[in-house]
Design a protein around this ligand. Sequence first.
Ligand code: SF4
Ligand code: ZN
Length: 760
Amino acid sequence: MSRYIATRAIRGANALVKEAELMLNKALAEKGPDTKVSFPNTAYYLPLIYGMTGIAVEKLSDLQPVVKHAKILLHPTPSESHWTPYLGETLDSGMATLLAAEAIEAIRFVYGQQPEPIPGLVLAGGTSYPSLDTSENGHGGHLNGPIDDIQLRTWGIQLVDGRMPGFAAIVGAAKSNEVAVKIVRELQRRNILCFLSGNVNGRSIIHQLMEEGVELGYDTYTVPFGTDTISAIYALGFATRSALTFGGLKAGQAREILLYNRERVFAFVLALGEVDDLKYAAAAGAINFGFPVIADTIIPEILPTGITRYEHVVSMPFNEIEGADDLERAERLVQKCIEVRGVKVKLAEVPVPVPYGSAFEGEVVRKNDMRVEFGGKHSRCFEYLYMAPLDEVVDGKVEIIGPSFDNIPSQGHLDMGIIVKVAGRQMQEDFEPVLERQIHYFINGASGIQHIGQRDIAWIRISNNAADKGFNLEHFGKILHARYHADFGAIVDKVQVSIITEPELLQQWLGKARTAYDYRNKRLADLTDDKVEEFYSCTLCQSFAPNHVCVVSPERLGLCGAYNWLDCKASFNINPTGPNQPIRLGKVIDPVKGYWVGTNEYAKIGSHGVVQEVSMYSIMENPMTACGCFECIVMLIPEANGVMVVSREDPSMTPAGMTFSTLAGIAGGGLQTPGVMGVGKFYLLSPKFISADGGFKRVVWMSSVLKDMMAEELRAVAIREGDPDLIEKIADERNVTTVEELLVWLEEHNHPALMMEPMF
Ligand code: SF4
Ligand code: ZN
C-alpha cells in the first residue's frame, strides 16, 4: 500500500466528513431535524447509507448517526516516521467518504441544489425529475442526479442477459473534447454504461460531451450525475441497490453487499486528469466495492491484495500510452480498463460506416437531423422474416430491388420492405416471429439510425450524419446478416436479405407478409397451456436473484415481459444448456390451480429448495416468485375482495398505501408471498390470469397507464369475461388512491368483485 495514496485518501476523507458535519448542523438549525430527506423515485432511502449501515434515512436528524459512524471510520493521516502499510485504514476512510458524500447530496436535495442545474441540457430518454425538466422550452435543464428504481430494473435485466457487460464511473475531464468523445464512444460501442461526474479545474467531461453534441441520458447509456466529485456517489448507490434488488440482500449487510459487487458487478472507475485528495478518498471508497481505479495521470499503483483480484489502482499516464494519436491512446485506455476489471464484452463485428452497439439503440433521429425516413406518416415500411430450405438461401447476399434514396430530397420519405430469408438445420417455423422481432434491436444499434415498431408498422429514419458517412440501404442487410449469425448462430446457418423499394414488388411482398402475420396471430391464439407437453424455465435472473425461477407457459409469459414461451423455446434450441430449459409437465395434479408433477419438481430444483410447490394460476396459494424485473405488481386488496395491478411506470400512490417502488421491495427477492405477485403486463390479458382465484374480474384497481397502453386488448378481455363495461368499473390513480375511496368507487360502479366469493 502506497503511503502517498493512503495519506491523500485519509486527508480527503477527513475533510469531506468534516464538511458533511458542518452542512448537517447548518441544515438542522435552518430547516429543523424533522425536515424530510430523500432521493426521488427510490424505495431504498439514501441507498448507500441504507445498504452499508441499515439506517433508513427519512429526515435530517436520521443523518446524525450516519455522520457519527463516518467519523468513527476516520483515521489520522499517516505520520512520516511511524507508518505501517495497512490497506484497511485507507478502505475505512473510503467508506467514510462515501457515507459523507451521500449525506451531502441528500442535504443539497433539501436545499433544492440537486439535481445540479446545467443550461441547455436535454436528457435522452427522460429523467427522474419531469417537473424540473424545462429544457424543452429552452430554459436550460439539469443533470440526472441519482438513478431511479425503474431505470435500475431496466438495466438490471440487461446486466443479467449480458447485453450490458458492466459500468464505468468516469470522474474528471479528458485531455480534450475529442478524447472525451472517443472514450465514451468506445465504452458505448461495448454497451458499457457510463456514469459521468467530477471536474478538473472547473471543467467536466460532462461539459466536454455537451459541447460536442453527444446525447446524454438513460437511453444512450451515458448518465451525467454532476460536475463535482461528490456526485459520483450515485454510481455506488446504484451498485448498492443492485445487490439489494437483485441479490436478495438486506440493508445493513455491508460485507455481503460489497462482496456481491466484487463478484457480479463489472464496474471500474476511470479518473481523468489530476487526482486531488477528495478523488483519492472517493477512489478508496470504490475499491471497497471491488471496483478498480484507472487513472490517466501519474500516481503510485496499488497491486492486488484480497479486495480485488487485480490491481486496485492503475496509472496509465495518457501521453505515455502508445498510439499514433490521442484517439488511439483513448482507445487503449478503455481497453486497459476492461482488462483490469475483466469485463466480459461480446461484440459482433458489424460492417457499417457508423458506430454500432446497443448503447445507440435509444438514439432519436429528429426531423431536422433526418436524411430520409421509411414508414411513419407519409410512407410504408414493413419487415418480414421467414425460413426456407437450406439450398434456397444464399448466405450473405444482400440485394436492393428498386431505387435507393439518392434522389429523394432531404427529409423526404420512401416505401421500403425488408425481407429476411433464413435457413438452418435447427430452424423451426415457430422461431420466425422471435427472430423477426430482433430486426428492431439490430437496426437500432447503428448510430444515427432510428427504428420504431415492427411488422408492417415499422418506421426507420436515417440521419444526415449517417448518410454523410455513407450509410445506405445495403447496410440494413449487412447488419442483419452479421447479427443473426452472431446472436442466433445455433439455429440460423444462412441469412439472405432483400431490400425492396420497387413499388409493385413491394405490394406483392406486403401481401405475403400480412398473410404470414395473420397466420402467426392465429397460431399464438391457439397456443394454450393445455396444448403443449412442456413449459420452459427461465433462470436468467438468478445471477441477481439466486433462487428465482420464472415458469413460462404459452399463456403466461416471464414477469419481465421480455420472454414468452416461444422465445424460451427458441432460446433453448440456441443454447441447450442455457437459462431456458423445458419442463416436462407429466401428470396434472390440479388443473384449476395449475399444478403438475413436472412443474413442482422443477420449482424445487430451480429454487434450490426454497420453493416446494408453485401454482401457475393462483396468487393466493404458492404463487410464482419474482426477481425484481416485473412490469406490474398484482396485489390482494382484502377489503375489496379483489386485486390491484400497479405498473412500474406509475409513480403515484396506490390504495395499498404504497407506491410501486415500495411494493417492489415486498414482491421481489425470489420468495413466495401469497397475495403479492410480479407479472408481465401481457399476462393480464391471458385467460389464465389468476384464473384459480376468479380471473380478470378480480381486478378492482389498475394504473391508468396500463389502461391506455392496452386499451384495445383490455376491451377484448372484458368481452371475453362477459362484462363489456368491466374496464370502466376498474378504478385507477386518477380517481382512487385509498382503500376507502376504492370501496366507494366499487359500490358506485357495481364492480363484479363485490359479488364474487371471498378470495380467502
Ligand atoms: Fe428474469 Fe423471468 Fe425475465 Fe427470465 S423471464 S429474464 S427469469 S424476469
Ligand atoms: Zn428478473
